[in-house]
Ligand binder design. Structure first.
Ligand code: FAD
Length: 485
């Protein structure tokens, strides 16, 4: 049994930013299910959005975010996000992240405001966060520890039941405040840009504790991943490539995006994704940078260039075959602007949280930003509670109350997860229909969910499909095919 002041579940930008900003407030325990770097943050390429130049204004970033989200985001939450951005950048710089002097442009942004280090900005950010966390005295990090359930007692969250890798039993970790920072759910889909860890666990944990997830129907599919399954992940080809001038062409080598939207390559992701998806029905679709200065392309995107070389492709000379992939969950566990959930003692931050900033579709490079800004909000609230003596005491459970879980063999779990992924991709993917969604519910319910990992996936899939069924009209990245299509 372990007792801590603050338990943070997840070691991506959301979890580690929270831990670092909390470091003077007490004992912090960060748990993470795999290696420390197994997080979507590590794979973020484009960068982080912030209004930091003379020609830019907060109101422009707010309007761009609202527009990308199909008007479904909440203006107050977006203002909180956008106005917190310069401080978020300064926080990252303070731990050693070195952003380039000039911001980049990405789809949906009316002004260049994407701050990047290289074309693998997420890696640079996560590396610095990890270094800073490892130096901090009060922060203990435990890897290969899976949060399985929240400890709910006396109507509040008192920590989490965890499973240490390869063990059969669960153990409680008690905390005055627990922070869910478990990231997204892309791994519920057969094709995804997300890491293996991103299976929607935080949403399942919260749902099992009685918190209803919100806006799960808004799954963002990214239009340009390399069309190659690399051990369960698809390598992303960042939006900044299109910001730099890359074209998307069909099997005949022709550009087609302007037939779908006047902004063409720089239209918001949902529009580009659907266009690519429709064109794929006629044959392969490619990202094309051959018309651009090859030296400049290599200089600007050295890591993407190198990575594609490993797949036998030259970004400057070859057509790069692409596919859309499940990329980001706009919905999640609902929180207020302080990152607090309706369950006392529980906060949520980063991709797992639903803060209302993304609306029906996320604007590029607002996700890393959301994680840092709301981490700060959570910390502020914790400090306020501490100072006003409002921090609750921990209630422990009787050992007999510790839940027992079924653990099946890894190949079996993988096989069930694969089947779920196929169903979700086919029936709950880029284009949905009521009939398909209902079939998906049935098919997923037929998969034996004995193991807790499959149970969690099933819970999140049910919630997600039900959210889709409750929204019969298309909005943002939730697209329902009508008879007219
Ligand atoms: C390829 C790619 C490129 C992207 N590019 C950008 C970009 O340029 N700009 C941008 O703003 N956003 C981008 N995004 C989105 C952004 O990276 C993520 O939304 C963001 O990193 C999420 O941060 P997080 O800390 O919430 O989650 P993550 O970074 O995914 O971290 C989640 C953590 O929780 C852990 N975890 C999960 N379940 C459990 C459990 N049950 N128990 C214990 N630990 C658990 C995981 O192991 C992981 O450590 C990109 C995403 C991808 C996949």
């Amino acid at each position: 049994m372990l007792k801590t002041d603050y338990l943070i579940i997840g070691s991506g930008i959301a979890g580690l930013s929270t831990a670092l900003q909390l470091k003077d407030q007490g004992k912090i325990t960060v748990i993470t299910r795999g290696e420390l770097k197994q997080a979507n943050t590590y794979w973020a390429q484009g960068g982080i959005a912030a209004v930091m130049t003379k020609e830019d204004r907060f109101v422009k970033h707010i309007n761009d975010t609202l527009d990308a989200g199909a008007g479904h985001g909440d203006r107050d939450a977006i203002r909180h996000l956008v106005e917190g951005a310069p401080k978020a950048i300064r926080f990252l710089e303070s731990i050693g992240v070195k952003f380039k002097k000039e911001p980049a442009l990405e789809g949906g942004h009316s002004v260049a405001r994407i701050w990047r280090t290289t074309d693998f900005t997420g890696q640079d950010i996560l590396n610095q966060l990890i270094k800073a966390v490892q130096k901090a005295k009060n922060i203990e990090v435990k890897d290969h520890v899976d949060a399985v359930e929240l400890i709910v007692k006396n109507d509040r969250c008192n920590g989490a039941y965890v499973r240490v890798q390869d063990q059969e039993e669960l153990h409680p970790i008690y905390a005055k405040r627990t922070v869910l920072a478990t990231g997204g759910l892309g791994q519920l889909y057969a094709k995804t840009s997300n890491t293996k860890a991103a299976a929607g666990d935080g949403i399942a944990l919260a749902a099992k504790a009685g918190l209803e997830p919100t806006a799960l129907e808004f799954i963002q599919f990214h239009p340009t991943a390399l069309n190659h399954d690399d051990k369960g992940r698809y390598f992303l080809l960042s939006e900044t490539l299109r910001g730099f001038g890359a074209k998307i062409v069909n099997v005949e080598g022709k550009s087609f995006l302007d037939e779908y939207d006047s902004r063409a390559e720089l239209a918001p992701r949902d529009i580009v994704t659907r266009a690519v998806n429709f064109e794929l029905a006629n044959g392969a679709v490619y990202l094309d940078m051959r018309h651009l200065n090859g030296k400049e392309v290599k200089k600007r995107f050295p890591n993407i260039y190198k990575r594609l070389k490993q797949y036998g492709l030259d970004l400057t000379n070859d057509l790069i075959p692409i596919t859309p992939v499940a990329h980001f969950s706009c919905g999640g566990v609902p929180t207020d602007l302080k990152g607090t959930t309706k369950l006392p003692g529980l906060s949520a931050v980063g991709e797992v949280a639903y803060t209302k900033v993304h609306g029906a579709n996320r604007l590029a490079s607002n996700a890393l930003l959301e994680a840092v800004v709301f981490a700060e909000s959570i910390v502020k609230e914790i400090i306020r509670q501490k100072e006003t003596g409002a921090e609750a005491e921990i209630t422990e459970v009787d050992p007999s109350e510790i839940p027992k879980v079924v653990i099946e063999s890894l190949p079996q779990v993988k096989a069930y997860a694969k089947r779920i992924g196929q169903i979700m991709w086919e029936r709950v993917g880029i284009v949905r229909s009521e009939e398909g969604l209902k079939k998906a519910l049935k098919e997923i319910s037929e998969i034996p969910a004995r193991d807790y990992r499959i149970q969690n996936r099933q819970i999140v899939c049910y919630k997600l499909i039900q959210a889709c069924l409750h929204r019969p009209l298309s909005l943002g990245c939730h697209y329902i095919a009508s008879d007219l299509d």
